[in-house]
Ligand binder design. Structure first.
Ligand code: SF4
Ligand code: SF4
Length: 468
């Protein structure tokens, strides 16, 4: 295993980068990043924000595209409604998602954190950007924090926190729209407070949480709280794809003098990669738990390399092994296998979604009853059928035995079962057979549900007869 000869001990790993030796918070004054990755992430941010705020307004047949109504246990994904009864789907879906996350992280490291995670995107590319705009770059922010509360400081801090709260309010409302739906949210906003005390309280709580998160807690969410970040140590290995410093090329580092012919490593120890880091770490120490793979250090170092006319990529996406062996990052056979596993998992999830039925049924023979004699030559069994309609439309159905010699007799005589949209129905009925048709004590039978002429489900159950 290659060694990092430049490491001067691992004491930086003794504590989180944003906490000092006394255990106090060290505020990170990150410099404004500039470069190609920052530009691409900025464009993606616009896309994400549009998606976040537009999706709640998208409806399919009058129903939201996504809804995660936890209090009412009502979930809509891509226009399909899911119920707690979809436990198999949820179970398999969650297992598939967990496996996906693990496999993805082993192969591609924290790509998600830097490019998709809403916390990183909002913090680095929206809230910090507003801070740069109002207070200036890191040194000016630091100076402003130290300055007395004069007119300029009150105006700047006031403007910043008003804008921060306004955005937190919008984000909080967007989140609420995914929980209660946009129509209900509009009612909360437009109707009297007394009619929506819970909704209005949630709106304020969410806004407050986001305001606290982005104005004060900031990178602590990634470095101290996020469980995904904490699990990196066990999920990533030396072949994982990550933001890494090429110590083979960079070391021994040293300041560059004017007109110097460089005989040492390419790192000129300018510290710009450290200055831009929003979690306050030095990537040159190697992979660290705090790194969110935000790419700010790549951009900073690439800009330095351009200036000193060295190739870009002293800090780049690479694996520990590719840097140790001095080779460009290649997709390893293991990563290819994981890629295939990821595709298969997506197919499994897609298939689960596709094969999910609109009607859930449970059929039970009446407990404690055997069979009943019907006249001189027939026997019957009593059944209860429970139906759950998981769609947004009423579904009238009829139940017919697959065996034409059997007959269904409803208690109360209702030949059509109408299951209301998003509703339950329960019917009790007899299945009647001529005794000649029953050859065993327990016979497997099939009953089918029809919507019009279309068979939508076949139910299997057993029929008890008199023959032992
Ligand atoms: S930005 Fe590049 S050159 Fe400057 S200290 Fe960091 S790694 Fe070294
Ligand atoms: S080390 Fe680089 S990629 Fe990691 S958080 Fe800091 S700036 Fe972002």
């Amino acid at each position: 295993m290659a060694e990092r000869k430049y490491d001067k001990g691992e004491s930086f790993r003794d504590r989180v980068s944003t906490v000092d030796k006394q255990g106090k918070r060290s505020w990170v004054y990150a410099h404004k990043p500039q470069g190609r990755f920052y530009n691409i992430r900025s464009i993606l941010t616009i896309l994400y924000v549009l998606v976040l705020f537009i999706v709640p307004f998208i409806k399919i047949d009058g129903h939201p595209l996504f809804l995660f109504n936890i209090p009412e246990r009502r979930f809509i994904l891509f226009g399909f409604i899911f119920w707690p009864q979809d436990v198999l789907f949820f179970g398999l879906g969650m297992i598939t998602t967990f496996v996906f996350i693990i496999v993805f992280t082993v192969a591609f490291g924290r790509l998600f954190c830097g490019w998709v995670c809403p916390q990183t995107i909002f913090m680095d590319l929206i809230f910090r950007r507003i801070e740069f705009w109002i207070e200036g770059d890191a040194p000016k922010q630091k100076a402003l924090d130290k300055a007395p509360w004069d007119r300029e400081k009150i105006l700047k801090k006031g403007a910043k926190y008003i804008i921060f709260f306004a955005i937190s309010f919008l984000v909080g409302n967007a989140l609420l729209a995914y929980i209660i739906g946009i129509d209900e949210l509009i009612k909360v906003i437009t109707e009297p407070f007394s009619q929506h005390v819970v909704g209005f309280s949630l709106m304020l709580i969410f806004s407050g949480i986001f305001f606290f998160l982005f104005s004060w807690f900031r990178e602590q969410a990634c470095t101290v709280v996020c469980p995904y970040g904490r699990l990196q140590g066990v999920m990533m290995d030396r072949d994982s794809f990550m933001v890494a410093y090429d110590y083979k090329r960079g070391e021994p580092r040293g300041v560059m003098r004017k007109n110097e012919t460089r005989t040492i490593g390419d790192c000129i120890d300018c510290n710009l990669c450290v200055n831009v880091c929003p979690t306050g770490i030095d990537i040159r120490h190697g992979t660290q738990m705090e790194c969110t793979n935000c790419t700010a250090c790549i951009d900073a170092c690439d800009n330095v390399m351009d200036k000193i006319q060295k190739p870009r990529g002293l800090i780049r996406y690479a694996s520990e092994n590719s840097i140790a062996e001095g080779k460009p990052f290649t997709v390893t056979p293991r990563n290819k296998v994981y890629g295939v596993v990821l595709i298969l998992l997506c197919i499994v999830l897609g298939a689960l979604l596709y094969t999910r039925t609109d009607i859930d049924t449970t059929i039970m023979r009446a407990k404690g009853m055997l069979y009943q004699e019907v006249g001189a030559d027939s026997v019957s069994n009593l059944y209860t059928l429970k139906l759950l309609n998981k769609t947004f439309n009423d579904i009238p159905m009829t139940l017919k035995p697959d065996d034409s010699s059997a007959e269904i007799r409803y208690i109360g005589g209702h030949p059509e079962i109408n299951v209301k949209k998003e509703g339950y129905a329960e019917v009790t009925f007899f299945v009647v057979y001529h005794k000649d048709k029953i050859k065993k004590r327990k016979t497997d039978i099939k009953l089918s549900l029809y919507h019009g002429e279309e068979k939508i489900k076949t139910l299997k159950t057993t029929f008890l007869g008199p023959i032992g």
